[in-house]
Design a protein around this ligand. Sequence first.
Ligand SMILES: NC(=O)c1ccc[n+]([C@@H]2O[C@H](COP(=O)([O-])OP(=O)(O)OC[C@H]3O[C@@H](n4cnc5c(N)ncnc54)[C@H](OP(=O)(O)O)[C@@H]3O)[C@@H](O)[C@H]2O)c1
Length: 294
Amino acid sequence: MPSSRHADVTVIGLGPMGRALAAAFLAAGVRTTVWNRTPGKDRDLVAAGAVVAATADEAVAASPLTVVCLVNYDATDSVLRQAPVTAALKGRTVVNLSADIPDRARDTGRWAAEHGVDYLDGAIMTPTTSIGTPAGVFLFSGPEALYGEHRAVLAALGGTHTHLGEEISRAAAYDIALLDIFWTSMAGYVHALAVARAEGISPTELAPFAQGIGAILPPLFQELAEDVESGTYSGEGNPITSGISTMAHVVHASEAHGIEANVMRAIEGLARRTVALGHGTEGYSRVAEVLGRR
Ligand SMILES: NC(=O)c1ccc[n+]([C@@H]2O[C@H](COP(=O)([O-])OP(=O)(O)OC[C@H]3O[C@@H](n4cnc5c(N)ncnc54)[C@H](OP(=O)(O)O)[C@@H]3O)[C@@H](O)[C@H]2O)c1
């Protein structure tokens, strides 16, 4: 259990994730003050020992460290940039675990510097059920010394914590890239469930095979990363031209069942453009370079 003045924390935002964060701090014995725009979401936390602040400025004044977890940075701004809250935060630390784009992290970093607020940005890469367990994944960016000052109390959240560097937008940049993987994968999976069902395959029949497809991805992630980094784009054994025909099969089979295939059409179109640019014998990794061409 952390045991200095740094072992007090305020959590702003009691959506599913904010509640999970506050519960983890409380479970670790950290004195935790909470505040949420809409009251009434703190009952379980109060039962676990949380202190409920009546206002956001009272909440941030209660602790040297405030962890913010709101839907986005518009919400964050609407809370933190009220004059009494900004005044109360002077000389204190904010760790913003809300998700948004790197530009918003940079903007918040500038605002914090202008108002004497010590600021770390962050991102949570795992679901609420992972918080307070070894499965949680947290990314942080901002001043190294500031991170060092608060890492002991942040460790109460469990899981793996990575400080990605002093550039304040680094965590948000990783978050965006990783969310790109997550949401395109989820979209592919629900589409596959719909197409399979149209062919008489139930979702639970498909699921174990879907997990098998998922399992071939981690080594491919590494291989493609090396290809893109080195500019090799090796198509040995699996050229883009070969992949295109299977992409087309998914489009045709879906549309034959009246299931829209816009995502796969876009994927196929991108692969065809890559081939048209003269890269048909190369690997799928070449698409990353084509996408980034100006
Ligand atoms: N849930 C997950 O599994 C998960 C995983 C990784 C990362 N995250 C990230 O964690 C953050 C919080 O997620 P969440 O799951 O707790 O749910 P959420 O729906 O993204 O956020 C809910 C929180 O945002 C507040 N909020 C929304 N609009 C607001 C506004 N205009 N002003 C002030 N507060 C506002 C809500 O307050 P009210 O109660 O008053 O509406 C509530 O506290 C998000 O950025 C999300 O991307 C979540």
